[in-house]
Design a protein around this ligand. Structure first.
Ligand SMILES: *Cc1c(COP(=O)(O)O)cnc(C)c1O
Length: 422
C-alpha cells in the first residue's frame, strides 16, 4: 500500500514546525520515540471493553498484561492504592468521576475559569456546568488562592464535590486544608493535577493522594506521555451513599469510579494509548525523569525572573511549577495580539484570561507560558533569558515585520541545535 501522501506530507510539515519553533504552550510536551512507537502499534486493532482479566471480548490476554502494567506503574509513581488508566483524556477522566459520584443538579465548587480553572470544573459551556450547579472560588489580589474564602464559600454553598487544580495557576496547592474544608461540609474532594502531575510524581510539589478522595490527571502535560487521562485514589473506601451490589455488599468507591469510565462515559479503551502510557510511566519512574523535572522548575524560575526584570506582570509574582500567567495590560497589547505576533516569530504561546480580566475569552489580557516542552528539548536557564529577550522584542515592536522575521530566522537556527526526540 502506498503511503497517503496528502496526510504524511502534512505530518512531516508539523514535525518541522515542532523542530524549528520555541514551544511554550504550558500544556504541551515532547514525548520520547518509544512512547510514540507504542501508540502507533497493532494494539489499536483490539477491542477490550471491561478491565484487565474481566473483559467483554476474547483475545485480551496480551492487552490485559499491558493495561495491568500501566496501572501498577502509575500506582507506584504517585503512591496510589487504586488507578484506572482508561480515560481518553483529562476531560473524560473528570466526566467519569462526576458521573460516578454526583446526581444531576448536585453542586460543585471549583476555581473560576478566568482565575486559572478548567472548563470541566463547572463552566456553563461544559457538561460540568450544564448538568451540575457550579459555584466558584477565586484568587486574591496577590494572585493566590484565598483559603479562608474557599472555606466561606464552601460553608455557604454546601457543595457535594470540591475540586482543586487548575490550568493556569503557578503556585502549589494546600490539599490538607482543602480536605479539612471538604470534611466540614461533607463534600468529596477531587484534585485535578493535569498540569503539574509530573512534578508531583517526582516529589517536587505537594502530593494530593494522601489528602484528596479522588485524583484525576492528563498524561500528556508535564508527565510527558501520550494524550490521555487517568483516575487514582490514595486509598479505596466504602461509598458514602450506602450503595450495595446485587449480593448485598457495600460497593467500594473504586468499583463506582471504574463504572463511571465504562460503561458510564466511554466504550472500548484505547489499548495502544494505554501501552504508551505504561511506557511513559516507566520513564517517569527513572532518575533521568526526576532530573528533567528539576530542570523544568529551574527553567520556569529563570524565565519568571527574566520577565520580572523587564517589568512584566506575572500573576502571583512568580512560579512554583512549570508555568506562569502574564498580565499584558501594562504592555499595551492584548493576549490575542501577543499570541498572533509571537506566532510570526515561531514562538508558540496561548492567550489566556487573567484575574479580573476586562476582555473577552477570544481576546484576553494575558498569555500563559510554560517550559515543560522546551526543557524536554534540552534548553537550560541561560536559554530562558534568551527566549524572554526575543519575546520582549516582539511584544514591544508588534508592527515591525523586519525585526520579527529576523528573530524568526535566529530562532529556527537556534532550535536546530536541540533534538526533538530523547
Ligand atoms: C488540560 C486539562 C484538562 C483536560 O485535559 P484534556 O486531555 O484536554 O481533556 C482537565 N483539567 C485540567 C486542570 C487541565 O489543565
Amino acid at each position: 500500500m502506498k503511503k497517503d501522501q496528502e496526510i504524511f506530507n502534512l505530518i512531516d510539515a508539523e514535525q518541522k514546525r515542532q523542530e524549528e519553533g520555541i514551544e511554550l504552550i504550558a500544556s504541551e510536551n515532547f514525548v520520547s520515540k518509544q512512547v510514540m512507537d507504542a501508540m502507533g502499534s497493532c494494539l489499536t486493532n483490539k477491542y477490550a471493553e471491561g478491565l484487565p482479566f474481566k473483559r467483554y471480548y476474547g483475545g485480551c490476554e496480551i492487552v490485559d498484561q499491558v493495561e495491568d502494567i500501566a496501572r501498577e506503574r502509575l500506582k507506584e509513581l504517585f503512591g496510589a492504592a487504586w488507578a484506572n488508566v482508561q480515560p481518553h483524556s483529562g476531560a473524560q477522566a473528570n466526566a467519569a468521576v462526576m458521573l460516578a459520584v454526583l446526581k444531576a443538579g448536585d453542586k460543585i465548587l471549583g476555581l473560576d475559569l478566568s482565575n486559572g480553572g478548567h472548563l470541566t470544573h463547572g463552566s456553563p459551556v461544559n457538561f460540568s456546568g450544564k448538568i451540575y450547579e457550579a459555584c466558584f472560588y477565586t484568587v486574591n489580589n496577590d494572585g493566590l488562592i484565598d483559603m479562608d474564602s474557599v472555606e466561606e464559600i464552601a460553608l455557604k454553598e454546601k457543595p457535594q464535590l470540591i475540586i482543586c487544580g487548575a490550568s493556569a495557576y503557578s503556585r502549589d496547592w494546600d490539599y490538607a486544608r482543602f480536605r479539612k474544608i471538604a470534611d466540614k461540609v461533607g463534600a468529596l474532594l477531587l484534585a485535578d493535577i493535569s498540569h503539574p502531575s509530573g512534578l508531583i510524581a517526582s516529589g517536587l510539589l505537594n502530593n494530593p493522594l494522601p489528602h484528596c478522595h479522588i485524583v484525576t490527571s492528563t498524561t500528556h502535560k508535564t508527565l510527558r506521555g501520550p494524550r490521555g487521562g487517568v483516575i487514582m485514589m490514595g486509598e479505596d473506601f466504602d461509598n458514602p451513599w450506602g450503595l450495595k451490589t446485587p449480593k448485598g455488599v457495600i460497593r467500594k468507591m473504586s468499583a463506582i469510579l471504574d463504572s463511571g469510565v465504562f460503561p458510564g462515559t466511554q466504550g472500548g479503551p484505547l489499548e495502544h494509548v494505554i501501552a504508551s502510557k505504561a511506557v511513559a510511566f516507566g520513564e517517569a519512574l527513572s532518575d533521568d525523569y526526576k532530573t528533567y523535572c528539576e530542570q523544568v522548575i529551574k527553567n520556569a524560575q529563570a524565565m519568571a525572573n527574566a520577565f520580572n526584570e523587564k517589568g512584566y506582570d506575572i500573576i502571583s509574582g512568580g512560579t512554583d511549577n512549570h508555568l506562569m500567567l502574564i498580565d499584558l495590560r501594562n504592555k499595551n497589547i492584548s493576549g490575542k495580539k501577543a499570541e498572533n505576533t509571537l506566532g510570526l516569530a515561531d514562538i508558540t504561546v496561548n492567550k489566556n484570561m487573567v484575574p479580573k480580566d476586562d476582555k473577552s475569552p477570544f481576546v484576553t489580557s494575558g498569555i500563559r507560558v510554560g517550559v515543560a516542552a522546551v526543557t524536554s528539548r534540552g534548553l537550560k536557564e541561560s536559554d530562558m533569558q534568551k527566549i524572554v529577550d526575543w519575546i520582549d522584542q516582539v511584544i514591544t515592536n508588534p508592527e515591525n515585520e523586519t525585526l520579527i522575521h529576523s528573530i524568526k530566522r535566529d530562532i529556527n537556527a537556534f532550535m536546530k541545535g536541540f533534538k526533538l526526540y530523547a
